[in-house]
Design a protein around this ligand. Structure first.
Ligand SMILES: NC(=O)c1ccc[n+]([C@@H]2O[C@H](COP(=O)([O-])OP(=O)(O)OC[C@H]3O[C@@H](n4cnc5c(N)ncnc54)[C@H](OP(=O)(O)O)[C@@H]3O)[C@@H](O)[C@H]2O)c1
Length: 346
């Protein structure tokens, strides 16, 4: 079966996905009978392209990576100037939404997903804003169209989590979860334990491309809060906004505090948690001093992980360990989108 794909947002994650799709092309055809072409790409400042015959992905990657516009790749009878034009005219079967996250409203990503579902496409996104601000609406819309709305990459960068709950925990009630879900702050705290200052550790994270120029989304706990909100919204069926998470970042953790903790055999970690409280959910992101006996104590560097408590099984934990060459960045996130695509259509 042949699938036409549209990419809305063609930054680090989407370009990793494009490379992964090309690398896995023959395996997809051999093992699943899946072939694909990319018929639309939208960016913010690098133009948009639609070509019903298929866009040359290598050329699009080269143009983006040399800072040029992809608009010249359009081969269509109408002008294509916006993301919504790409969605409307790409005739795609599957849309990948990877525009920048908007913590406050989830836009314009929600509008992109809505338009794609209405046009009869399946959708996968790494954009957390669509989940915390649009989960119920977009899931209902997808169901009404017989399509899927997937977002495996939004938490723990591509490691299966939502799919596991969907497929392997039928009718289980998630009571609470707790863990480390922001790799950047975990790297910063780990490096501070080795003697770096907060600023030096932030600079290191920026140098390996894991922290943005403005690191406040990570260090002030916003990224962890939006992930907690996404997990509570989907897995606990309690819509929660990042602003409703009791949030403290790691700016208040001084080298002296890290040193003192080390001397006592403990560590500071940015811990994310949520638990049911009657009819509502209490969610929190804050630095905690963890003992050596805690499962979080050994999670160093870019390692992340979560433990889930349900009403049906002993505690279930997922951990993503640091591994040379893998940073929990765009490549791993791209795999979650790729898996969403295959699982939706196979
Ligand atoms: N990076 C990661 O490891 C990671 C992990 C998990 C989740 N995510 C999420 O994945 C998404 C993409 O992340 P990224 O790292 O790829 O970001 P990025 O490198 O900044 O790429 C964002 C892309 O979106 C484009 N864009 C901006 N506004 C747009 C609009 N209105 N319509 C269509 N495209 C638009 C940008 O265009 P220009 O290039 O022209 O500016 C760029 O191509 C974000 O929501 C992020 O939170 C990322």
């Amino acid at each position: 079966m042949h699938y036409k794909l549209a990419f809305i947002g063609f930054g680090n994650v989407a370009r990793s996905l494009a490379r992964l799709l090309m690398r896995k092309q023959s395996a997809l055809e051999r093992d699943y009978g899946i072939t694909f072409s990319v018929t639309g790409i939208a960016t913010g400042r690098h133009g948009c392209a639609v070509n019903p015959n298929g866009i040359d992905l290598n050329k699009a990657l080269a143009l983006m990576e040399s800072g040029q516009s992809i608009a010249s790749m359009t081969n269509y009878h109408l002008p294509i100037t916006s993301s919504l034009d790409v969605i409307q005219h790409s005739s795609a079967d599957f849309m990948f939404e990877n525009s920048p996250v908007n913590y406050e409203t989830g836009q314009p990503a929600i509008a992109h997903v809505r338009a794609a579902l209405n046009a009869g496409m399946h959708v996968s996104t790494a954009n957390k804003g669509t989940v915390v601000h649009g989960y119920r609406e977009l899931t209902a819309l997808a169901e009404s169209k017989g399509k899927v709305f997937r977002f495996e990459s939004t938490v723990l960068g591509g490691t299966p989590l939502f799919a596991t709950f969907r497929e392997a925990f039928p009718a289980a009630e998630l009571q609470s979860f707790k863990g480390i879900i922001n790799a950047t702050t975990n790297i910063i705290l780990s490096r501070m334990e080795e003697g770096e200052t907060f600023d030096e550790a932030v600079k290191y994270c920026q140098s390996i491309g894991i922290a943005e120029t403005d690191p406040s989304g990570d260090v002030d706990g916003w990224d962890a809060s939006i992930k907690v909100a996404a997990l509570a919204t989907v897995l606990m069926n309690k819509p929660l906004k990042p602003q409703q998470v009791d949030r403290t970042g790691i700016r208040g953790i001084t080298p002296e505090m890290v040193k003192q903790a080390k001397a006592e055999g403990k560590r500071w970690k940015l811990v994310a948690s949520a638990e049911r409280d009657g009819d509502s959910v209490r969610a929190r992101v804050a630095p905690e001093l963890v003992e050596a006996s805690s499962p979080l104590y050994g999670m160093m560097g870019s390692s992340t992980g979560l433990t889930f408590r349900t009403d049906v099984l002993p505690d279930y934990s997922v951990s993503v360990s640091e591994r040379p060459g893998m940073k929990g960045g765009p490549d791993e996130t791209a795999y979650g989108l790729f898996a969403d695509f295959i699982n939706a259509v196979k």
